[in-house]
Design a protein around this ligand. Structure first.
Ligand SMILES: *Cc1c(COP(=O)(O)O)cnc(C)c1O
Length: 239
């Protein structure tokens, strides 16, 4: 299948899932996860109409961002974020989905220059309770979200999660429902959140069922990622 065909197939899946859930398909955005793929692959997806891309490794991403500057791409950082990489992330990305520590949020806020738009951020929540996963624990998320919302260089937009991989759709929905409940609770407490970043190639239907507004899809668009000689942190979700 061509790039355009694969993107069309994802949009068809998103639309079918939205209709099944009684939701407006236009309320759900596709983020194409291009980590592991060269700038040429991003350019191909761009030519097929995809403008939002997600990256997980700072160095790899900055190379692509430079190579594709001026092409109207909105770049989202979605990977584990170390505090010594906050500056390039704050300089090159429009969004960060993976804020899970106040220390890192504060550094991002300071590194975002005064005349730039605030960095759009999501707090990443670990809804599965796996010790190895990134993300703040659900019961610590409200305090972190309130603190992040107060930082001048950031605009808190919502929550993100990566549940443990599972083929059990009931379990998938339960994990996503946990994030949705937290999102509703924070909005009831006065935060104006509009973004639920959840769902990937294998579980986007379950995520849309539970209210996802952004799905992050890599493999189903670009194919199986090439093996990576790890210079930076291992990526969540394997391969
Ligand atoms: C790699 C990655 C994705 C995409 O996963 P696929 O299974 O390839 O669709 C989504 N979100 C995050 C945070 C990722 O690291």
């Amino acid at each position: 299948m061509t790039m355009a065909g694969r993107l069309q197939a994802i949009h068809a899946r998103m639309e079918a899932a939205a209709r099944l859930a009684g939701r407006d398909p236009r309320a759900i955005t596709l983020l194409a996860v291009s980590k592991g793929w060269p700038a040429a692959a991003v350019a191909e997806a761009l030519a097929a109409g995809q403008h939002r891309f997600g990256e997980s490794y700072v160095q790899e991403a900055v190379g692509k961002i430079r190579a594709l500057a001026g092409r109207g791409i909105e770049w989202h950082f979605i990977g584990p974020l170390q505090s010594n990489k906050t500056r390039p992330v704050a300089e090159h990305f429009a969004w960060v989905h993976s804020v899970d520590r106040l220390h890192v949020a504060e550094r991002l806020s300071r590194a975002r220059s005064g005349d730039a738009e605030p960095l759009q951020v999501c707090v990443q929540v670990n809804v599965s309770g796996e010790a190895s996963k990134s993300g703040v624990a659900p019961d610590e998320a409200p305090a972190l979200a309130q603190a992040v919302a107060a930082l001048p260089g950031l605009r808190l937009r919502g929550l993100m999660t990566i549940p443990e991989p599972s083929e059990d759709e009931v379990l998938q929905q339960r994990r996503f429902a946990t994030l949705r409940a937290l999102f509703d609770r924070l909005n009831a407490a006065g935060l104006a959140l509009d973004t639920l970043s959840m769902g990937m190639s294998d579980d986007l239907e379950a995520a849309i069922h539970e209210g996802a507004t952004v799905v992050r899809v890599g493999t189903a668009i670009f194919g199986t990622r090439p093996a990576r000689a790890g210079a930076e942190a291992p990526q969540p979700g394997g391969t």
